[in-house]
Design a protein around this ligand. Structure first.
Ligand SMILES: Nc1ncnc2c1ncn2[C@@H]1O[C@H](COP(=O)(O)OP(=O)(O)OP(=O)(O)O)[C@@H](O)[C@H]1O
Length: 569
């Protein structure tokens, strides 16, 4: 690489970085700022590898090849033309752009606009979708809307993965190139809470989450991808006493393992090649507020240990720095993995799991929230109808029935993308079942009724499996208490307090009674479990599906019952 080349690479990255820093520091849109911050982290990595590669990038991945090609661009303003002109790595035949009126225009290259926007694969965090079309065509989403279609010349299936990665990369650059062309990009949050919820079970969970949000403890959100964990993390922050302080989101899966420590804790100038400036980490940025650790299950063990140390001490030092920095942040973590299973498999630290899951919540999948399907659909039809410039939407009610009958493996994100596609496909006609994908159009809500008595019922039963866990817990407690108490029903069970003092006293008696029963239950459970485990704690922990620390705590708090029993024997 000539000196001049090195200079232009540095200049290119510096311009890019300045632009990203402005977006990040602008502070008007937390999601934009978050994306800019992630790109900034990656930018340093790209710059480093390009400068170190000495021009030889043949063996490197799609992102780096794309960056290499980008270097030849003098003017970054014409992404589409560059994509078509750059024929070496990924020959693009045409690029189409969806404007804010909902009309696709050919930006560069040649060919008809793909008329079927059926998503096939490569749907990655809602950013890129491959279309079910003869030619390999991909859609890039911006702010949740399809904005760009890339049609490739090469249809060779063995290159599909590389093409997908390339489009994914382009989708990350997209906001920078089409700035100003997208008017009023809709925010991911709408309404006063930003959450559309009608389903009773989901509302119940949200009620519990809202209560927990007010307590200053770590919260863990588990649930399938696209169920709304990030939306709920925002909700938690806004309902917490830290609402006026920053909410900083870090996607642990999106940041390469080698960069995550400096992303979280920052680095000092010169800490590693490419660390030209001191950089404040996300933890420090979140001081006083909330740090949202998304996809925490993807974090590597070595980083888990560092995070744990920070959670224990509330202090850290920047990479390459010596000074200890103290911060006060509340952690909300989310994962679409089963973290307990990850712990059992040795992929996630148990101690970190317990630190993070002081208040754990499982976000139910959309198929278990059938009432939400309809209200979310209406919400997305309105939201995207408006941004696509459709003045009045006319929707056949059957569309909602069919949507409610579908299982939505991709949850709310899938529903959101689907509705955008339906709107594009319907081109402002009345929206009818024929505009829905075949897999949904083919569903028969009436047929489900015939099979299960009622389509809604089938959904309701499925959905309530989640709610049952709550209800059963509540019920089993009251049933157990009643059974236990039946032999010795205390007087207060039937008494009516005459004044507040009596009421308080009776309430206290009930609480004492309930905690006695709970201890007795724990004692019986422990005895039986340890018998089955032949006295072995590791075995008891395994077969009882209970963490050992908790087992010891339980033994400790029920040991007086053991002693009482020994005395009476
Ligand atoms: N209840 C809701 N009301 C309105 N929009 C929602 C709701 N739930 C989810 N969404 C929308 O669905 C999309 C996916 O939600 P989100 O990113 O919060 O899911 P997630 O569970 O964090 O996904 P992942 O596990 O893949 O990170 C977003 O565009 C979000 O705005």
């Amino acid at each position: 690489m000539t000196e001049q080349h090195v200079k232009s690479v540095k200049l290119f990255f510096q311009t890019f970085a300045n632009h990203l820093q402005r977006i990040r520091d602008d502070g008007t849109d937390a999601n934009q700022a978050y994306r800019a911050q992630i790109l900034l982290g990656q930018l340093h990595q790209f710059e480093k590898s390009i400068l170190e590669s000495d021009g030889d990038l043949a063996a490197e991945g799609g992102d780096q090849r794309a960056f290499k090609a980008l270097l030849s661009l003098e003017d970054c303003g014409s992404l589409a033309q560059w994509l078509v002109a750059e024929q070496n790595a990924f020959p693009v035949q045409a690029v189409f752009f969806l404007d804010s009126r909902g009309i696709w225009t050919l930006l560069a290259g040649e060919g008809p606009v793909p008329d079927r926007l059926r998503v096939e694969e490569w749907l990655t965090r809602g950013r890129v979708a491959r279309l079910a079309d003869e030619r390999p065509c991909y859609t890039c989403y911006l702010y949740g809307q399809p904005r760009l279609i890339l049609a490739f010349r090469d249809a060779d299936e063995s290159n599909a993965s590389a093409r997908g990665q390339f489009v994914h990369f382009i989708s990350r650059l997209l906001p920078l190139f089409i700035q100003g062309r997208v008017k009023d990009a809709p925010s991911t949050l709408g309404g006063s809470t930003g959450i559309i919820a009608k389903d009773v079970v989901f509302l119940e969970v949200l009620g519990l989450i809202e209560k927990a949000a007010k307590k200053d403890v770590s919260m863990l959100l588990e649930g399938e991808s696209g169920t709304g964990k990030e939306v709920i993390a925002n909700f938690i922050h806004r309902k917490s006493p830290r609402a006026t302080k920053p909410l900083v989101a870090v996607n642990c899966a999106a940041i390469p393992a080698g960069l995550i420590e400096s992303e979280l804790f920052g680095h000092e100038k010169g800490a590693f090649t490419g660390a030209y400036h001191r950089q404040i980490g996300r933890v420090e940025e979140a001081d006083g507020g909330t740090l949202f650790l998304d996809e925490i299950g993807e974090m590597e063990l070595a980083m888990q240990a560092k995070l744990l140390r920070f959670l224990q001490l509330h202090e850290f030092h920047r990479v390459g720095g010596k000074q200890k920095i103290s911060v006060d942040v509340r952690i909300v973590a989310a994962t679409n993995r089963n973290l307990k299973e990850q712990v059992a498999q040795g992929n996630f630290r148990e101690d970190l799991y317990y630190r993070l899951s002081v208040m754990p919540f499982t976000i139910p999948p959309l198929r278990d929230r059938v009432d939400d399907i309809v209200s979310l659909s209406r919400y997305f039809f309105e939201k995207y109808g408006e941004s696509f410039g459709i003045a009045e939407l006319d929707i056949d009610p059957m569309v909602f029935d069919l949507l409610a009958a579908y299982d939505f493996p991709g949850n709310v994100r899938e529903l959101e993308n689907l509705i955008q596609n339906v709107l594009v496909f319907a081109q402002s006609e009345k929206i009818k079942p024929l505009h829905l994908p075949e897999s949904i159009r083919g569903l028969d809500p009436k047929g489900m009724e015939a099979r299960d008595g009622s389509g809604r019922m089938r959904k309701w039963q499925k959905r309530s499996s989640f709610g049952r866990r709550f209800k059963m817990r509540a019920r089993s407690r009251s049933v157990d208490s009643a059974v236990e108490a039946s032999a010795e029903v205390p007087d207060w069970m039937r008494s009516i307090p005459r004044d507040n003092d009596e009421l308080k006293q009776l309430k206290q008696d009930i609480q004492n009674f309930a905690s006695d029963l709970t201890l007795k239950l724990e004692h019986r459970f422990l005895k039986n479990l340890l018998d089955r485990a032949e006295g072995s704690m590791p075995k008891a922990s395994k077969i009882g599906n209970i963490n050992r620390t908790l087992l010891y705590k339980m033994i400790d708090r029920t040991k007086h019952l053991e002693e009482d029993q020994a005395d009476s024997d």
